[in-house]
Write a protein that binds this ligand. Sequence first.
Ligand SMILES: N[C@@H](CCC(=O)N[C@@H](CS)C(=O)NCC(=O)O)C(=O)O
Length: 253
Amino acid sequence: MDQPVLYVFNISHYCEKARWALDYFGIAHRVQHVMAGQQRRIAKKLGASGGSVPFLQIGQQVIVGSSAIIDWAETHRAAGAPSLTGSAPEQVRAIEKRLDDIAGVHVRRFFYSDALTENPNSVRPIFSNGLPIFQRLAVIVTWPKIASVMKKLMDLGPAQREQSKAIVDVELTWLDGLLADGRPYLTGSEFTRADLTAAALLAPVVDPKEHPVHGLVPFPSHVAATMQAWAERPSLRLVRDAYATWRWRVAAT
Ligand SMILES: N[C@@H](CCC(=O)N[C@@H](CS)C(=O)NCC(=O)O)C(=O)O
């Protein structure tokens, strides 16, 4: 098999979800950082069905989206790497889908609404991270344009920040409810793709120290204050524990 190439924005939590799954399953791969704005052109060139990152190229095949990448990785996992499917796969999938569709979108909108309003240049370095020098320079020169496109596409602003924070709060209450009987993971005692998804997508309101970009992204003030206020919620404790236990666990034995 050709070595898989995972195309990512370094800061993206959906990309982190896919990357964590490949690491967890012990699948050797190369991470290809993509300059913001170039993802659709690259995807088209590769013949991908969509243009959002993450996408995974394996020879002539391109798999788009974090969930589909986990499906592929599950079937190509290294010997000794445990499955992430869980013993209640439908429930696991339903939790993952809700996280993908709601918490993932609103954590991102909450974060960028704060970051790009408070200090638009604060996240610029992470968008250059891992890129060749000429693209780094292009990010610096075109940053006002990139930031303005992000504001428009994700509908960012102070009111939207509060709206998305309230939606994330509701989603955390749902997750806290699932964990209310003291179970360690969302569907019981097994770590599944639902837990990995929750951890990766909620990481921007937790800042786990095992996260690949920990220390590289400054947290804007509203996000930082919320992070502190929410720190002891069971759902966010799960995020910290999942990172500490599973993020860099060596899969193959
Ligand atoms: N549901 C998708 C979401 C992917 C997504 O929203 N990717 C964002 C980065 S966080 C992106 O590529 N946005 C730019 C675009 O769609 O062109 C997944 O799980 O992979």
